[in-house]
Every structure is written in C-alpha cells, then in structure tokens.
Design a protein around this ligand. Structure first.
Ligand SMILES: *[C@@H]1O[C@H](CO)[C@@H](O)[C@H](O)[C@H]1NC(C)=O
Ligand SMILES: *[C@@H]1O[C@H](CO)[C@@H](O)[C@H](O)[C@H]1NC(C)=O
Ligand SMILES: *[C@@H]1O[C@H](CO)[C@@H](O)[C@H](O)[C@H]1NC(C)=O
Ligand SMILES: *[C@@H]1O[C@H](CO)[C@@H](O)[C@H](O)[C@H]1NC(C)=O
Length: 177
C-alpha cells in the first residue's frame, strides 16, 4: 500500500478575512546610540526618519525605513559573561542584537546602557577612533550567549537622525510599536 500525500494549491484562494483592528502606528524609529562629543564617547537617544508604508513586494503596506547602503556584515556569537573591554566602534555601524544581554559603560562616567537582545536590540555605534579617545566598554553579563549582527554603513551613507536626548533611549521610547 502506498501512502500518498496530496497537496492542493488553488491558484485563486478564497478570501482570507482581514484583521481589521489597526495596530498603533509608530512615527519614528528611536534607538540608543554610542556617540561622541568633545573627544569622548557618549550615550544618546537618536530618532531616525519616520517609517513609511513599504511598496516592496513581500512587505508592501508594512512600515519600513530605508537605512541606506551598508558596507559588509558580521555575525558574532559572544559567550556568556564575556567582557569586550574598552574599545571604539571600528566604523560607524548598526548592531542588531538578536538575543542576549548587553551592558555598555563609558570610562570615567556613571552613564550606562542595558540592551536586551531581541525585537528592540538595534543600536548604533558611532564613536570611531577619530571621534573618541577612549571609546566605550561592552560587557555581556548574561548566562547565555549574545548574538549580534554588526553592519557598518558604506562610506558616504548618511544616517539622518535627530538627537532626542543624552543618555540611552528609555524602554517607552523604543517600544512604541
Ligand atoms: C567592512 O566595512 C567597514 C566600513 O567601510 C570597513 O572599515 C571594514 O574594513 C570592512 N571589513 C571587511 C572585512 O571588509
Ligand atoms: C579617568 O580619570 C582618571 C583620573 O582623573 C584619569 O587618570 C584617566 O586617564 C581617565 N581615564 C579615561 C579613560 O578617561
Ligand atoms: C571614506 O570617504 C572619505 C572622504 O571621502 C575618505 O577620506 C576615506 O578614505 C574613505 N574611506 C574608505 C574606507 O573608503
Ligand atoms: C520616538 O520618540 C518620539 C519622541 O519622544 C516619540 O514621539 C515616538 O513615539 C517614539 N517612537 C517610538 C516607536 O516609540
């Protein structure tokens, strides 16, 4: 006896009911930035451009923000309780932490940022050696690995942003979705 799996795909599927409740529409994307001022690293909350309705197939109608040209990408797995030490951003780069716990501190400064990997794990590191003498320190104090995707911007890409305030973004400012 042969078992046969039959899959039927209908070219013209019957209409799927649309979910009619409208989710809150975030106007802007806010993210914590490691910036620099007066030759030293800072923590700042940046507001990027407003999200707009996408017209790209696959995401058409969803909210999207074009971030511009990127140079390359590196996938990094940081072991539990890893200390990245004091360092500068090697290039102006976006870092998306998909999981884990990240603690960013500045030398001789009490300001700190805690980033939780996941939905709101996007930060930007802009304290390149030409802008900051000492850089920042990144520790990963969690008991599980942290995963980060580092994506430096292509030379010449302008990431238009406004400064919301000094210090990292608050949870409310990031999780407006
Ligand atoms: C990735 O791009 C950055 C920014 O342009 C550059 O500094 C870096 O050398 C590049 N890395 C590699 C491995 O090409
Ligand atoms: C921190 O402050 C101490 C004492 O003022 C100074 O010697 C040291 O160079 C500073 N370190 C950094 C990284 O700025
Ligand atoms: C990026 O552009 C600047 C200014 O145009 C130039 O001085 C620098 O060498 C460029 N860097 C790279 C990695 O291409
Ligand atoms: C970003 O911050 C601005 C100003 O505080 C706020 O109006 C906006 O709702 C925030 N966006 C999100 C997605 O939380």
């Amino acid at each position: 006896m042969r078992l046969q799996l039959i899959t039927i795909c209908l070219g013209a599927a019957s209409a799927v009911p649309l979910i009619t409740s409208t989710p809150p529409v975030p106007s802007t994307l806010n993210l914590t930035a490691i910036g620099a001022a007066n030759g030293e690293s800072t923590l700042e909350c940046w507001r990027l451009d407003p999200l707009v309705s996408s017209s790209t197939p696959g995401t058409a109608g969803a909210l999207a923000l074009f971030l511009g040209g990127m140079a390359n990408a590196t996938y990094t797995v940081l072991p539990p309780r890893f200390d990245g030490g004091l360092h500068n951003a090697p290039a102006l780069q976006l870092v998306l932490f998909s999981t884990g716990l990240i603690h960013i501190t500045l030398p001789n400064c009490t300001e700190e940022a805690w980033i939780q990997g996941g939905k709101y794990g996007l930060i930007i590191a802009a304290d390149t050696p030409d802008k900051s003498a000492h850089g920042h320190r990144t520790e990963y104090p969690g008991n599980a690995a942290t995963i980060g995707l580092q994506v430096p911007l292509k030379n010449g890409t302008k990431l238009k942003h406004g400064l919301l305030h000094g210090g990292p973004c608050t949870e409310d400012e990031i999780t407006g979705f």
